[in-house]
Design a protein around this ligand. Structure first.
Ligand SMILES: Nc1ncnc2c1ncn2[C@@H]1O[C@H](COP(=O)(O)OP(=O)(O)OP(=O)(O)O)[C@@H](O)[C@H]1O
Ligand SMILES: [Mg+2]
Length: 228
């Protein structure tokens, strides 16, 4: 991946949420940590243009998220912090297929791709259920499936293990480890990102630490009162 934030600032209703920052992201696996409200989701949402910078510019694989919005958006898939916002169609199988619509594939190919991703997350039994009836964790897995079926080059996940039981958390961890896509993962589940290439720690709208996971996570624990 090649994501560049150049003197980027975000203000919401006059309040500065991201202070001017310049950073380039090129590693395969990047973790983002930080306290609630520190700016992680706002930062990540700029990668697919859901949040536009109030100042500065963001480019994703060379595409500006404002002037080349559609191209920039196609570089990445985003798993929302709240998977309820991810699933649009009532029936899961149809929702997952929706992501492939723009490709104009033959029906049989769409069905095969949908079944493959359902198998991958062991959620075939949920395929014909109504999304609004699923549990939080089931919905989280469904959201992952609906994004991965589109094979984005970069996958941005906002707290992907938040609502998962231990078994499904481990399934998601293994999935992330084997993904061919580059990933950016926001997580309060620090074990999930310990093996990553780089970790950013946000604090009050600034990148407070940036480097190897051991070092940055250690700093985070120390700052927030945990035993090292
Ligand atoms: N659309 C918005 N309008 C106004 N303020 C917002 C908006 N989105 C986020 N904020 C504010 O920006 C700050 C950063 O929020 P953000 O969601 O980026 O935090 P976060 O680090 O992802 O937190 P968490 O760990 O709780 O998910 C918070 O103070 C939040 O209230
Ligand atoms: Mg968040």
């Amino acid at each position: 991946m090649d994501i560049r934030f150049d003197k980027v600032e975000v203000r919401f209703e006059g309040r500065t949420v991201i202070h001017p920052l310049t950073v380039t992201l090129t590693e395969r696996r990047i973790g983002i940590i930080g306290l609630n409200g520190s700016g992680k989701t706002t930062f990540a949402r700029m990668i697919n243009g859901l949040v536009k910078p109030s100042a500065g510019r963001v480019t994703v694989n060379g595409f500006d998220t404002v002037s080349a919005e559609n191209d920039a958006r196609q570089q990445s898939g985003f798993i929302f912090q709240n998977p309820q916002n991810q699933i649009i169609l009532p029936i899961l199988r149809e929702d997952i297929a929706l992501g492939l619509k723009s490709r104009k594939l033959p029906k049989a190919n769409v069905a095969a791709a949908v079944n493959a991703v359902l198998d991958r997350f062991e959620i075939g039994h949920l395929a014909d259920r109504r999304a609004h009836e699923l549990s939080g964790g089931e919905l989280q897995l469904a959201a992952l499936a609906s994004v991965l079926v589109t094979e984005p080059k970069i996958l941005v996940m906002d707290e992907p293990t938040n609502q998962l039981d231990l078994r499904n958390r481990n399934l998601v961890e293994r999935t992330i480890q084997t993904l061919p896509e580059d990933v950016i993962v926001i997580s309060h589940d620090l074990d999930l990102i310990t093996g990553f290439d780089r970790v950013l720690m946000f604090r009050e709208g600034r990148i407070e630490a940036d480097g190897a996971p051991g070092e940055v996570i250690g700093r985070y624990r120390a700052l927030n009162g945990a035993e090292a």
